[in-house]
Design a protein around this ligand. Structure first.
Ligand code: NAG
Ligand code: NAG
Ligand code: NAG
Ligand code: NAG
Ligand code: NAG
Ligand code: NAG
Ligand code: NAG
Ligand code: NAG
Ligand code: NAG
Ligand code: NAG
Ligand code: NAG
Ligand code: NAG
Length: 830
């Protein structure tokens, strides 16, 4: 039997092989490197700053310093002083030429040093006892000779060396690493290795993972020497970058030593040119080697042999191969023709995972691949396959993919969903099928096998009808980006086993209220057109464990109130970052998390009831407050305030033309003298008011009315302390005074009345017409027994007496008004 692979050329999918440096557990039988924990506060990133030297003012606590992409050409002694906690230092792409041997004296904690992509002409001296990762690749040194002091880098786990100028490796080069157990070594500057002194690497006790970034075109024996050493370093993984350069004429079999390796389990070829003649030999050797994981990444394939690659039987080898994981990712075809590969399937009979992507393949070697007895996972993403290329008619599809469980056909040219579904019945163990990013159309009826439980049709133009083309056995369905506009109960009812449904990036605008799928555990409807998420939509989704709905244009209105306040956020895998308000306009861009409407404002019937209750309550509270706290009293005081404010102006004019000796003349009844002496006078005099009091300041012997007139004339205001006593005993004097007063034309607003006790205007004798009128028209202050109100009283009184100047009156009034406000609110009116 002979099997044939025909591969159409072209295609180049980007492939990034990232060598991530983590101290993960896979290599754990070695001393586990302990990395310092860098807090983000102690991280200093100074990339692309046009720096020509290390800045001096770096914080002393700096742990992580990245100075890459600058113009720092020298590291001087003092440059890194004062950074005792420095742990990670990156100075790549700087044109660094020289590092002073003592520059790191003050940085004993450095664990990671990356000085790759510079212009170092010698490998620098590094006294860093705790160094774990050292990258000095891509520099310009002429040899790989390591400094003697490197023997002290006892924690070193990763070392990268490489320079286009260094083209040979000598025994002495790695002698200092004699006792260092490297986990990973990268060696080479991407150029040919001219000479390798046997045993150079074998001096190291162990190298788990070796990357050789060098070509072996003219000196294949160097590679063979290295392979021999790797069996002594117990190397498990070997990556060969630029193994053979473009258009190199490799005549001998450079990989035959692979057959004799004992430890090598993983082998990767990357960025390499392969002729079919060379590749055939390489594959032949690998089949006989212990390699289990074989990868070809970004290779260029050229056919220089008639009939392509043929490996039918290997003389002297009648076993099956060891390869379990085989990856081809991105193959460039040099000839743009159909390469032919025919390999005896027995050699890959242990293959479990096969990835063949980015190869331009349009027809699979069906009888080869489908006959692989242990193949469980087949990834043919990013090719040019369609249903005919995959189920090639001349292939006998009787025993296809006996063990296949996962089939990935993402980003190919499939169109016919009916045909595809019909043919999956043949793959008896298939559970996962990825048909995303193809060109499927919904024509005819589909029939899916019952063992298929996970189907992805994402990135196809399908529409709402797609739900009629699924299978009731499906547990996990990915319909992201398939032009679905609605999720209905009718659709869900066709999927009774469904546990996970992914509908991201569609055009669904709401979740209907009648959904009923209690078995559903996971639902993604992110990046749709949903404005609101309402409670009743989730009633029938009681089993939901993970929900994703971010990046929808949410309307932050009361409709979202329930979701924001009551939805169990632990179900959300993208909360809160992806939930943003889109409308109304004033909230656009705000995080939904920050939207806090009141419960009341978002509950209409409560609102109605509340507003009624509120009105009632306010009215009663107001009434009650007035009753309890003498609201009327406060209102009157407020009125007084307003009047005072208004008059400040007028008073000022009057002041301009007059000289007063006193701020106020106080007139009171002898019977109220206790209050006046103990309260009024001390209080006002403490506030720097000068007062004229008749006991004290009247001239003895003068007639009382003259005295009054005298005092009134020389006082800016006249203050009457009104009480029943005063009205009855003294008022007649003032009737007389007022009779004269008209002549003196004293303005009425110079009068201040204090009501020491309530005197209902009507209770006044009719003869006190003047007093009645005055009390009706005039503002007066009421004294109160409550201490708080007394404070208000004093403030009011003082400001009524303020006479210094207009501005001061207004200013003080304003100030005292604000001082008083807390006083008023303290009383809890509303
Ligand atoms: C370094 O300096 C050279 C000229 O001196 C300039 O062209 C280049 O842009 C600089 N590079 C950086 C990263 O500042
Ligand atoms: C060192 O820096 C270069 C350039 O950024 C990067 O490519 C390389 O992976 C880094 N080396 C390590 C060991 O991280
Ligand atoms: C490659 O090398 C072989 C033998 O060394 C020689 O016969 C052949 O002509 C060379 N091919 C090219 C294209 O140089
Ligand atoms: C591959 O074949 C081409 C001719 O098709 C030849 O020029 C080249 O030297 C060969 N390369 C190797 C690596 O043998
Ligand atoms: C492999 O090892 C065997 C015995 O140790 C030896 O005979 C054979 O030549 C070796 N093969 C290669 C390719 O080195
Ligand atoms: C070897 O390859 C397998 C499969 O790709 C991977 O799981 C394993 O970690 C690799 N081992 C090493 C040492 O790189
Ligand atoms: C692929 O390999 C070629 C050399 O064979 C190299 O020039 C190119 O940069 C590589 N592409 C990627 C994406 O690594
Ligand atoms: C395939 O390989 C097996 C074992 O190496 C051998 O028995 C069988 O004959 C080979 N088949 C073909 C067609 O060469
Ligand atoms: C494989 O080869 C060995 C000798 O090298 C022989 O004893 C054995 O019978 C062969 N097995 C098969 C299946 O041909
Ligand atoms: C298919 O799957 C079943 C159950 O998982 C298993 O018993 C059977 O061995 C599988 N078939 C193959 C050929 O691996
Ligand atoms: C799928 O199978 C059904 C019957 O099982 C058949 O009628 C239909 O034509 C098949 N469709 C395709 C595209 O093969
Ligand atoms: C669904 O498919 C899309 C596109 O193929 C993919 O990005 C996404 O990760 C898948 N979703 C899940 C949950 O697997």
């Amino acid at each position: 039997m002979e099997y044939t692979i025909n591969c159409l050329s072209i295609l180049s999918a980007l492939y990034f092989h990232l060598l991530l440096l983590t101290a993960d557990g896979r290599m754990s039988h070695q001393r586990e490197p302990m990395f310092c924990k860098v807090s983000s506060d102690n991280r200093v990133d100074l990339l692309n700053q046009h720096l020509t030297e290390v800045p001096r003012n770096l914080p002393r606590s700096t742990q992580y310093l990245d100075l890459s992409h600058n113009n720092i050409t020298h590291l001087h002694d003092q440059d890194l002083m004062g950074l005792p906690d420095l742990c990670v230092l990156k100075i790549t792409h700087n044109g660094l030429q020289d590092i002073s041997p003592s520059v790191f004296q003050g940085n004993p904690k450095v664990q990671i040093l990356n000085i790759s992509y510079n212009a170092l002409r010698i490998i620098p001296e590094l006294n860093l006892p705790n160094l774990i990762i050292l990258d000095i690749s891509e520099n310009l040194y002429g040899s790989y000779t390591l400094r003697k002091s490197y023997k002290d880098l006892l924690s070193l786990s990763y070392l990268a060396l490489g320079s286009p100028q260094a083209r040979s490796v000598h025994l002495a080069d790695f002698a200092p690493l004699h006792e260092i157990s490297l986990r990973k070594l990268q060696l080479g500057g991407g150029v040919e290795l001219d000479h390798y002194e046997a045993g150079s690497l074998a001096q190291l006790p162990v190298i788990q993972d070796l990357t050789l970034k060098m070509t072996f075109c003219e000196h294949p024996e160097a590679f063979q020497s290295i392979l021999q050493d790797l069996d002594q370093t117990k190397t498990e993984s070997l990556t060969l970058i630029k193994f053979v350069p473009d258009l190199c004429n490799v005549s001998s079999d450079i990989t035959d030593k692979l057959r004799n390796m004992t430890y090598l389990g993983n082998l990767t070829f990357q960025d390499t040119w392969f002729n079919s003649s060379v590749l055939a030999k390489v594959v032949c050797n690998i089949i006989q080697s212990p390699v289990k994981a074989l990868s070809f990444l970004n290779i260029t394939f050229a056919e220089d042999t008639d009939g392509g690659i043929k490996i039918h039987n290997i003389p002297g080898y009648n076993k099956s191969g060891n390869v379990e994981f085989l990856t081809f990712d991105t193959i460039h075809h040099y000839q743009y023709s159909f390469p032919v590969i025919s390999i005896n399937a027995t050699f890959f009979s242990h293959l479990i995972i096969l990835k063949f992507s980015g190869t331009g393949m349009s027809i699979i070697p069906c009888n080869l691949i489908s006959a692989l007895p242990s193949l469980q996972i087949l990834d043919l993403s990013d090719n040019l396959l369609n249903e005919l290329g995959f189920w090639w008619p001349v292939c006998t599809n009787s025993h296809v993919f006996p063990a296949l469980r996962h089939l990935y056909l993402r980003n190919n040219k499939f169109e016919n969903l009916q045909f595809t579904s019909n043919h999956t019945h043949g793959m008896k163990n298939l559970t996962v099928l990825d048909l995303s990013a193809n060109s499927f159309k919904l024509i005819g009826k589909t029939s899916w096998p019952s063992h298929l439980s996970d189907l992805s049709l994402s990135d196809n133009t399908l529409g709402d009808a797609v739900f009629n083309y699924l299978s009731p056995y499906l547990q996990r369905v990915n319909l992201s980006h398939t032009d679905i506009t609605a999720l209905t109960q009718e659709a869900l009812s066709q999927l009774p086993s469904l546990k996970s449904l992914f509908l991201s990036s569609n055009n669904i605008n709401h979740l209907p209220p009648d959904l009923s799928a209690p078995q559903l555990e996971e639902l993604h409807i992110d990046q749709n057109n949903i404005n609101t998420l309402k409670e009743n939509s989730f009633k029938g989704l009681s089993g939901l464990k993970r929900f994703k709905a971010g990046k929808n244009p949410f309307a932050c209105t009361c409709d979202m109130y329930w979701f924001v306040t009551s939805f169990n956020k632990s179900l959300l895998i993208d909360w809160p970052s992806d939930y943003i308000c889109s409308s109304p306009d004033e909230m656009a861009g705000m995080a939904l998390e920050k939207y806090h409407p009141g419960w009341v404002s978002c509950t209409p019937w409560i609102q109605a009831v509340i507003s009624q209750l509120m009105t009632l309550t306010v009215v009663s509270v107001l009434g009650f407050t007035f009753y309890i706290f003498d609201g009327a009293w406060y209102l009157r005081m407020l009125w007084v305030w307003l009047r005072v404010k208004k008059r400040g102006h007028k008073g000022a004019d009057r002041l301009k033309n007059a000289i007063f000796k006193y701020h106020a003349f106080i007139s009171y009844s002898q019977k109220d003298s206790e209050w006046v002496d103990n309260q009024l006078v001390p209080n006002l005099e403490a506030a720097q008011f000068s007062l004229c009091i008749h006991e004290r300041d009247f001239v003895p012997g003068d007639w009382i009315i003259d005295n009054i007139i005298n005092c009134v004339e020389r006082s800016y205001k006249t203050l009457f302390v009104l009480s029943h006593n005063f009205v009855q005993s003294e008022w007649c004097n003032y009737e007389l005074f007022f009779a004269q007063h008209r002549a003196m034309s004293i303005q009425q607003d110079s009068l201040v009345f204090i009501l020491l006790e309530p005197i209902p205007t009507d209770s006044l004798p009719k003869k006190f017409l003047k007093l009645r009128t005055l009390l009706r028209q005039q503002t007066y202050l009421e004294w109160h027994k409550d201490e708080r109100k007394q404070q208000v009283f004093w403030v009011s009184l003082r400001s009524m007496l303020k006479t210094a100047d207009k501005n001061m009156v207004l200013e003080r009034v304003a100030k005292e008004m604000t001082d008083m406000c807390p006083l008023i609110t303290d009383t809890d009116w509303f």
